[in-house]
Write a protein that binds this ligand. Sequence first.
Ligand SMILES: [Zn+2]
Length: 202
Amino acid sequence: MGIGNRESGIGNRETGWGRGKREKGKGKRPSPTLPSFIQRETGIVNRRNPQLSSTDELGMQTALEEARNGSEVGEVPVGAAVIVDGKIISRAHNETISRNDLTQHAELIAIQSALKSLGTDRLENASLYITLEPCAQCAGAIVLARVGRVLFGAYDPKAGMAGSVEDLLRHSKLNHRPEVRGGVFETECGALLKVFFKGRRE
Ligand SMILES: [Zn+2]
């Protein structure tokens, strides 16, 4: 099976985004719009992130930038960043294709690289920003590395483990539960994936 095959591991992300259009108005989450005064003041049009701190905004924008970098080199556009004390410690995009390794997701690479550069085995004081809801592998890594906070953009109805399929990040039986916020810049994050998969289908 080729790397691009829809049934391969990449397909976890592909099936969520490359297949099956969600009907408008259907699905679990309601989608009221953000009041226009908040949109004007913050430049944010997503209802789920009306009060983002400047650090969180930096984190999400960095993750988005990484996702775009990834798509420029043919990777599935998912990006991630780790911030501690307002400083970007690491940033990464998916590298499943370039490394020919379906486990090389943006957030996993960002976590590993943050641990390395901080010389620690725990990221309790870190915030992790991801453009897409983490999968089971990455949610596991987030729990094991004790990441303090997780903010992500688009939901992944087919593979997301922060509430969509299951909630591993806030599982009552696990001994670490990060603070989680989803749907941050959801529209922008999701649009990158939509454009990418539309291009691949054509
Ligand atoms: Zn993952």
